[in-house]
Design a protein around this ligand. Structure first.
Ligand code: NOJ
Length: 556
């Protein structure tokens, strides 16, 4: 049986996502800096964080906040310099915190030198580095694919008299992985960063890199007359060959970990992606976030769902990684609304929901990934108009909703519920102006609740969400079964309680969380002989859970 001693450093730690633009501004410019992350390493250490994933901070026009990379070898001046980055890597290592860089390898920015050359004509040495196609005979787009951010996935280029494919925004042209020179250039970039001593990579949008052999129209699935590019291209046959090449060229023999972002890979396919036969150490798959959002991720048409749907998805991912690979447990990232809104359909305070869901997350088998602010108990922000949003996808979803016949109010309500900007508002450090994030004008509005929900105030309150997270983080790191033990779901049929048992070589823990606003009962025999290790409501009566109460029982 696996014990904590058998695990790698990244399996025993907690990972934390930093959205650098919103973390801490050390220059009064309204956007965050890399020096701001270095300044808060002690805070992250206090949460037991051993790896920080920072979203892209390379030179970029910022159409998609860094996911449009102009130069992979340079830091965007708004974030600082390469010296700042080296400093962050070095200071982090001193404190036992490794940096995880985001590799955006499905596409570049249109401002990337490769694309600037490629678009010039059909014969230059970069001509084949992107996905170029001729127009249909009537001059229209090569296929009817809809980009993930809305509108056609093709953009016209006057110079070449051809279209190029963009799975995301038109300013994010897709790279042609079929060309071996392109792959070499990408692997060189990853090696450049690995040589700097980063602890790992998160690999962006990786399921889109292999395009189908034949480009054909898909079934129209919206009033806009288009068809999802995701359905046409995700997880294409042969994709794993490219990724095995990446692994051999970059990862093998290094003390780093990789986590692929894999929309389109289901739990039953995980074995090809992680573990012995796999290409990454971990894989973000989205079966559980599809529960409230719906598989198609069309915000104005969300799914109807129940707690058992959510639990089934999480347990399927746990089962798929039980003996092969390792699970990155997450409820939030910079592409999701806040989990206290996303995963609840009941009343109750945000703080109570945050504590209950935090317990579910931090006791899971795998490496928990927190999104900045999640540990403070954030809700979504109340957005008053579409103009307040910055996110390119939010604007696309808003327009799509209007094209589907939704009123502006309904479209705005969908954005309030699902917009990615909910996760991107400035980090709330204290009760001073702009939550201590900046002395300038913040690039995105600060949450209205920052006077109570911030690091300083919550640190001083023993009952705060932040101190609950710290407590669970400590508990997790101190117990073998919570790090290395198995996962077995309990009461799977309950529509109120999510519960599971973690069993290690010599110890056991049971987590039970009432995710409803009604009292719930369970069979007290499930915790017979075990002691209460932590409870959101203090002491507890075995067999009963108050609304939004979460408890962890364990062997002594
Ligand atoms: C996934 C990233 O997480 C998201 O923020 C980005 O917009 C797309 N990939 C495109 O890079």
């Amino acid at each position: 049986m696996t014990t904590a001693a058998d695990l790698a450093w990244w399996q025993k730690t907690i990972a934390y996502e930093v959205y650098p633009k919103s973390f801490l501004d050390t220059r009064g410019q309204g956007t965050g800096t890399i020096a701001g992350i270095t300044a808060r390493l002690d805070y992250l250490a206090s949460l037991g964080v051993g790896a920080i994933w920072i979203t892209p901070c390379y030179k970029s026009p910022m159409v998609d906040n860094g996911y449009d990379v102009e130069d992979y070898y340079n830091i965007d001046p708004s974030f600082g310099t390469m010296a700042d980055m080296d400093e962050l890597i070095a200071r982090g290592r001193e404190k036992g915190i490794r940096l995880v860089m985001d590799l955006v390898f499905n596409h570049t920015s249109e401002a990337c030198q490769w694309f600037v050359e490629s678009r010039k004509d059909r014969t230059n040495s970069y001509a084949d580095w992107y996905i170029w196609r001729d127009a249909k005979p009537d001059g229209s787009e090569p296929t009817n694919w809809r980009s993930i951010f809305g509108g056609s996935a093709w953009a016209w280029c006057e110079e070449r008299q051809q279209y190029y494919l963009h799975t995301f925004a038109p300013q994010q042209p897709d790279i042609n992985w079929e060309n071996p020179d392109v792959r070499r250039a990408l692997f060189d970039i990853a090696n450049f960063w690995a040589d700097k001593g980063v602890g790992g990579f998160r690999i962006d949008a990786i399921t889109y890199i292999k395009k189908p052999p034949v480009f054909a129209d898909g079934p129209v699935d919206g009033e806009d007359g288009l068809s999802s590019v995701h359905d046409a291209t995700a997880n294409g046959e042969g994709i794993l060959d490219f990724l095995h090449e990446f692994k051999a060229a970059v990862c093998d023999g290094r003390d780093i970990f990789t986590v692929g972002e894999a929309n389109g890979v289901d739990a039953d396919e995980l074995g090809d992606w992680v573990g012995e036969r796999g290409v990454f150490d971990l894989l973000f798959e989205f079966s559980h976030t599809h529960v409230p959002m719906g598989e198609a991720e069309i915000w104005c048409k969300p799914a109807t769902w129940t707690l058992t749907d959510l639990k089934r998805a999480l347990t399927a991912s746990q089962k798929a990684t039980a003996t092969n690979g390792w699970y990155p447990a997450f409820f939030e990232n910079h592409d999701q609304p806040r989990s206290t809104v996303n995963f609840f359909q009941c009343d109750g305070t945000i703080a109570a929901k945050a504590k209950a869901l935090g317990t579910v997350l931090l006791m899971q088998r795998g490496t928990p990934f927190l999104m900045q602010g999640e540990e403070l108990g954030y809700g979504n922000r109340a957005w008053l108009s579409i103009d307040e949003f910055n996110d390119v996808q939010t604007r696309g979803e808003y327009d799509f909703a209007l094209s589907e016949g939704f009123t502006p109010q309904q479209a705005l309500a969908a954005c309030n519920r699902f917009s990615r900007d909910n996760a991107r508002t400035p980090m709330q450090w204290d009760a001073s102006a702009n939550a201590g994030f900046t002395t300038g004008m913040p690039w995105l509005p600060v949450h209205a609740d920052y006077a109570e929900i911030n690091v300083e105030t919550e640190s001083a309150d023993p009952d705060s969400v932040l101190n609950w997270y710290r407590r669970l983080s400590e508990l997790r790191r101190s117990r073998d079964e919570l790090l290395a033990g198995s996962y077995e779901e309990l009461v799977p049929e309950s529509e109120q309680i999510y519960a599971y048992r973690r069993a290690g070589e010599k110890s056991v823990a049971v987590m039970l969380a009432n995710l409803s606003d009604e009292p719930a009962v369970y069979d007290a025999a499930l915790v017979d002989g075990l002691t209460l290790l932590a409870g959101t409501h203090g002491t507890t009566e075995p067999g009963e859970l108050r609304p939004l109460e979460a408890v962890v029982f364990g062997t002594n």
